[in-house]
Write a protein that binds this ligand. Structure first.
Ligand code: ATP
Ligand code: MG
Length: 140
């Protein structure tokens, strides 16, 4: 079965209600292989988002990701990557609100950067990102 990395961003972790709702949604859709609160340092956040280096939002994004604890999970299900990305909704919150008003980003996103959550976009990204946030995790 497929696995993916999900990260709940700092503003969501400060919002007890949002965190509880999203965790419940995750539990009802996936096997949770690992889950932990994680403090992402600026260096780790720059490695994690290396593909966006040079974009106008890179510094804003990496600074935001280490502004407080995040919550990271390794999820497993059939077609897990697509399934989690569908539950998250579009990257841009204004699009999410208009096109998929029940998705996580429409409900809990605050801006294009503070868009509530992250999900790996491919199997290769999932492996790379899991190795960064869960270095001790062994992939079978
Ligand atoms: P995908 O990987 O399919 O492009 P994604 O939701 O992971 O979707 P990315 O484009 O990889 O989004 O961008 C990574 C993160 O960078 C986003 O989740 C968001 O926080 C931030 N971001 C992306 N685009 C913008 C933007 N135009 N303005 C501000 N922040 C952005
Ligand atoms: Mg991405």
């Amino acid at each position: 079965m497929e696995i993916t990395l999900a990260v709940l961003k700092p503003h969501v972790c400060r919002n007890t209600y949002a965190l509880q709702q999203i965790k419940a949604l995750i539990s009802s859709n996936f096997n949770i292989l690992e889950a932990k609160e994680v403090r992402i340092t600026k260096e780790l956040s720059e490695r994690f988002y290396a593909e966006h280096k040079g974009k106008f939002f890179y510094n804003r994004l990496t600074t935001f990701m280490h502004s407080g604890p995040c919550y990271a999970l390794i999820l497993q299900s059939e077609a897990c990557i697509q399934k989690w990305r569908h539950l998250m909704g579009p990257t841009k919150v204004f699009r999410a609100v208009y096109s998929e008003p029940d998705c996580i980003r429409a409900l809990y996103g605050l801006s294009d950067t503070r868009n509530a959550c992250h999900g790996s976009d491919s199997e290769a990204s999932a492996l790379r990102e899991i190795a960064i946030l869960f270095p001790e995790f062994k992939i079978n």
